[in-house]
Design a protein around this ligand. Structure first.
Ligand code: SAM
Length: 247
């Protein structure tokens, strides 16, 4: 998978690309990341990338010309998609990450200041993505979030492929609680079933813990989750217990 990232701060990505799974995927050539400095596509002698907003108002706006020229300079692969990181975009979630993993090339455009002249969106952007309802200083942190989430889905990058399959959201539910050694820590014991070696019971316990965590923390996810009859019964009992507990 290839990423082309357009930014005025390419140095922002240095440590992320040298760390953990991103570094491993780059070394194994399962991932390639090309950083394009928008400033290199300016034509004036001061290499200015921004200008004052038409109509007045605070801050500066990234000029369309260098951004468009930077996008046009990138050789496009057959399955290529250009994405603008913006708080006005569709909210990112795991399903979107799975969809994006199908593309061969993602061109990520990072805004700064008050954003990018809107004509860039009209002329060269396929999709707009937001990583949450808050305002970052720039799109670079959002681009790292996308990269970090996507690299987990590239075959062969995770040591154990199964771990992505059981992550929170992968089945529409939050993950079960995880424990490691020691079996007892500051008076808290690891649930006995996990030490039993009984795989079927462990699986059943994990499923119930996923349902419980989702019910308690993100009940909105249950609307879309694929649930078995057994899951539904468990959730009804949980609901009843909670109601009785409250009375
Ligand atoms: N004035 C803009 C607004 O209110 O929509 C915010 C500009 S923000 C300070 C600068 C840049 O950061 C944006 O152009 C965008 O690229 C990026 N950015 C900020 N928040 C973001 C978010 N939640 N998701 C993705 N990108 C974001």
């Amino acid at each position: 998978m290839q990423f082309d990232i357009l930014t005025i701060f390419p140095e922002f990505f240095e440590s992320s690309l040298k760390t953990s799974l991103l570094a491993k995927a780059l070394a194994q050539k399962k991932l390639s990341v090309h950083l394009h400095n928008i400033r290199d596509f300016t034509e004036d002698k001061h290499h200015s990338v921004d200008d004052i907003p038409y109509g007045g108002g605070a801050g500066m706006v990234l000029k369309p010309d260098p951004v468009i020229r930077a996008i046009e300079s990138i050789p496009k692969l057959k399955k290529s998609r250009s994405i603008l990181l913006t708080p006005k975009g569709a909210l990112l979630n795991q399903q979107k990450i799975v969809d994006l993993a199908q593309w061969d090339q993602l061109i990520l455009v990072c805004g700064r200041y008050e954003g990018i002249d809107d004509r860039v969106r009209e002329l060269a952007i396929d999709e707009e993505i937001s990583i949450g309802d808050y305002i970052l200083n720039g799109g670079e942190a959002a681009a790292v979030v996308l990269l970090d989430a996507l690299v987990r889905l590239i075959p062969g990058v995770l040591g154990n492929e199964a771990s992505a399959a059981f992550d929170s959201f992968s089945h529409g539910l939050l993950e079960y609680p995880q424990y490691t050694r020691p079996p007892e820590f500051r008076g808290l014991e690891v649930p006995k079933v996990l030490l039993s070696g009984h795989h079927k019971n462990i699986e059943a316990w994990r499923r119930q813990e996923m349902l419980k965590a989702t019910y308690e923390r993100r009940p909105d996810l249950l609307q879309k989750a694929v649930l078995t009859e057994e899951d539904e019964t468990f959730l009804k009992e949980l609901q009843k217990e909670k109601k009785e507990g409250r009375q």
